[in-house]
Design a protein around this ligand. Structure first.
Ligand code: FEO
Length: 397
């Protein structure tokens, strides 16, 4: 199959990873793709490479358009290895001395990943690279999501090569938003929740910067998933909405794990109380749900309740794992509380609460802890907690 020509002389030449299910701890139920783009003009530029294991596929795809040796410039929008791991094979074929464009931060980071002495060219925001009739312009996007991240913009076609931003872990032969339709949005949302949420303030700043620059965008080409050609504004607006964290659902995520079902019974009683108050509850047991799927639910929830049994005077390991993960992603503007069962020492609820406090979540209720197995009154206490949380959620709407 010939690579897709997404605009005149612009090709998507990357690779589809149909079978990956764990992307550095992020569940990829639909696989992913490592997109790369070839711009053919008087000069030829390759934008991004792919993961090491897919380098030959990338070169094969390029070969269907041009001999890789004819590539004049290689651009690496950021150094992460899913888009640069293929560079040793690519540069070997393209020519080791060909210019390799990275951001100025990339000049520091790139050589820490590769031992080759490539012909690095550092660029900053506003720098341009003429391809003949067309021009590439660079825009640094530091910490979105790596220190050396940048976008590359094809001025004449108004195409933004956005690196990881606006991507989705989605493997499919369909390459465009208008082909996949709204079914792509849950994948885009999960990507934002798990990769970008912590950078929300920077995202809002970047969108303002792009607006002020008056940069017109007809197409967004990310490094994962589909290309936004029908309505690039849709994903930009979604990013603004997600970054502001204001549009939440009338929903409480009840995330927990359990040893002998006591904490589980508590979670379900809390869920019943939330529902009684007029909100929706989503109980998620951590040994059944991947942390990245839980975080996707947390992102647009008004409340998060975390439950853990006490194990060896501490938290249950999956709950510790999740709290560490959630803390790093910096969720904000959420009601929170804790719950859990215990046998004799009972530290878990306080430990959960300490973590939620460290995340600066709004702990409106100290929560519930119950020894051994909850009896009827214990379950009523949990339902009452759920009801208080549910009422607080409903008051926000
Ligand atoms: Fe898809 Fe930051 O790499």
């Amino acid at each position: 199959m010939k690579p897709a020509e997404i605009a005149k002389g612009v090709y998507e030449v990357g690779a589809i990873d149909w079978n990956i299910r764990d992307f550095h701890g992020y569940s990829t139920h639909r696989g992913t793709s490592y997109n790369a783009y070839l711009v053919v003009d008087e000069k030829i530029a390759l934008i991004d490479a792919v993961k090491k294991e897919f380098a030959d596929q990338l070169l094969e795809n390029i070969s269907k358009i041009v001999d890789p040796k004819k590539i004049d410039y290689v651009i690496s929008n950021h150094t992460e290895m899913d888009h640069s791991g293929g560079l040793p094979r690519v540069m070997h074929r393209v020519g080791e001395g060909k210019p390799l464009y990275v951001s100025n931060m990339g000049l520091k980071n790139h050589p820490r990943h590769f031992s080759q002495s490539w012909n690095y060219q550092g660029v900053k925001s506003g720098d341009t690279l003429s391809l003949g009739k067309r021009t590439l312009k660079f825009l640094e996007t530091r910490m979105l999501h790596w220190p050396d991240s940048m976008f590359t913009y094809l001025e004449e076609e108004k195409i933004l090569f956005s690196s990881d931003a606006f991507g989705q872990h989605y493997a499919g032969q369909e390459k465009f938003d208008d082909v996949v339709g709204d079914a792509i949005m849950p994948h885009a949302k999960k990507y934002f929740a798990n990769i970008l949420m912590l950078y929300s303030p920077l995202i809002l700043k970047l969108v303002n910067q792009v607006t002020e620059l008056g940069l017109q965008i007809d197409m967004i080409c990310p490094d994962h998933g589909i290309i936004w050609r029908k309505d690039p504004g849709k994903i930009i607006n979604a990013y603004v909405e997600w970054a502001k964290g204001e549009k939440v659902e009338k929903k409480a995520v009840i995330v927990y794990d359990t040893m002998w079902h006591s904490t589980e019974q508590m979670a379900e009683a809390i869920a019943a109380g939330v529902y009684d108050a007029g909100a929706i509850a989503k109980p998620m047991k951590l040994r059944e749900w991947d942390r990245s799927d839980v975080m996707t639910e947390v992102m647009d929830a008004a409340a998060v309740l975390v439950g853990s049994p006490t194990l060896n005077n501490g938290l249950f390991p999956t709950v510790s794992d999740f709290l560490t993960y959630m803390k790093g992603l910096k969720p904000h503007k959420k009601i929170a509380s804790a719950f859990g069962s215990y046998g004799w020492s009972g530290e878990s609820v306080k430990l959960v609460r300490d973590e939620l406090e460290a995340m600066k979540l709004d702990i409106i209720d100290p929560g519930v802890k119950i020894q051994y197995v909850p009896d009827r009154s214990g379950l009523e206490e949990c339902e009452a907690l759920g009801k208080r949380i549910g009422e607080a959620i409903v008051r926000q709407f």
